[in-house]
Design a protein around this ligand. Structure first.
Ligand SMILES: CC[C@@H](C(=O)O)C(=O)SCCNC(=O)CCNC(=O)[C@H](O)C(C)(C)COP(=O)(O)OP(=O)(O)OC[C@H]1O[C@@H](n2cnc3c(N)ncnc32)[C@H](O)[C@@H]1OP(=O)(O)O
Length: 311
């Protein structure tokens, strides 16, 4: 597992940040699964690389908002094995992006992602390989959700199966008109395995999650907003009519949450993440530690000097 040297240094030096340090340790050691769970990272990486096709493209912009594109248009952006490996590498790059504040996850060619590449799925349909792929993707998507960036999935066209699961590994989801999120797993004789069910329950509650998974419900933008799966609707019809492309619209949508200095935005994400993932007493301690990183910092001093009025 690739572990950033800076992160390791941080972990060693930040003895004050107990819970946050533990969270980071889990993050940098592959999050959920490690060798103690029988997970051989190198072995599964090599196996996945044997199923090539498509790419995961990362564009880091000066605005501090990066764009991660699922790019395999001839298969409706299905995840080949090499794209799973690519995703993990791009997540590592984002973990090390000091000036990052936000992330848009989208699909190429006007659709989001149709899940696992069924050709690869057929080839690794034995239980052992299935478990390995499942652990690999859970690790990658958990690290994606835990990035110190505020992330949004821009859903255009279809997000099916693993594609629907991917949307839940972002902080927010915005849906373009005409788009659909569908957990089709039941129709495939499966349940989600990339962590999508666990995250879905936290996003929409267990009643709605049961309906979406049990009924393989097609979630359109209206239903998405109603149940809290979607946080906004973008009008695909208005593209080019003064509101910009869908990606520009998503960037505008996200920028209201990423405006400001990177250390402050990253601190916002960290306190929310710890509140979401840690028991209350640990989350409170983490909040104190993160507070300590911004208190008396440049943005704080500048704000105090300007005698602000929050009208
Ligand atoms: C572990 C399993 C689970 C998970 O990871 O959690 C999964 O994700 S399993 C995969 C779930 N997804 C699917 O089952 C999608 C199946 N595909 C479709 O339903 C349709 O293709 C579509 C996505 C609704 C698009 O339909 P349409 O607009 O009519 O286009 P085509 O059907 O002609 O698709 C174009 C082209 O793309 C190929 N394709 C689409 N999805 C996949 C996929 N997931 N894997 C591999 N290939 C896919 C499709 O076969 C067509 O190829 P050609 O026939 O060669 O043109």
């Amino acid at each position: 597992m690739v572990v950033c040297a800076l992160r390791r240094q941080l972990l060693k030096s930040s003895s004050r940040c107990g819970p946050w340090t533990r969270l980071l340790q889990r993050q940098s050691s592959g999050c959920v699964y490690s060798s103690s769970d029988g997970f051989n990272h190198q072995e599964i990486r090599e196996k996945l690389q044997a199923f090539p096709g498509g790419s995961i493209d990362l564009l880091k912009q000066d605005s501090g908002i990066a764009v991660l594109t699922i790019n395999n248009p001839s298969r409706m952006n299905a995840f080949s094995g090499s794209m799973m490996v690519d995703l993990e590498e791009k997540v590592t790059q984002l973990e090390n992006w000091t000036y990052g504040k936000g992330l848009i996850v989208c699909g190429a060619a006007e659709t989001f992602c149709s899940g696992s590449d069924l050709n690869a799925v057929r080839a690794i349909s034995n239980p052992q390989d299935g478990m390995k792929m499942c652990m690999f993707m859970q690790n990658a998507l958990t690290r994606l959700l835990r990035l110190p960036l505020i992330s949004v999935a821009l859903v255009e066209g279809r997000a099916l199966g693993g594609g629907a699961e991917l949307t839940t590994a972002c902080d927010f989801r915005v849906m373009a008109s005409g788009s659909v999120v569908q957990f089709v797993h039941k129709h495939m004789g499966l349940v989600p395995g990339w962590g999508g069910a666990a995250r879905l329950v936290r996003i929409v509650g267990s009643q709605n999650a049961l309906k979406l998974l049990g009924g393989a419900v097609k979630v359109d933008p209206e239903l998405g907003l109603h149940i809290g799966l979607s946080d906004g609707v973008l009008d695909a019809q208005q593209e080019g009519e003064g509101v910009g492309t869908l990606r520009q619209q998503a960037e505008n949508w996200l920028s209201r949450y990423t405006k400001g200095p990177a250390p402050v935005i990253q601190a916002v994400k960290k306190v929310v993440l710890s509140g979401r993932e840690l028991p209350l007493s640990e989350a409170l301690r983490t909040e104190k530690d993160v507070f300590g990183t911004v208190w008396g910092g440049p943005a704080n001093l500048q704000a105090l000097a300007s005698k602000p009025k929050h009208k």
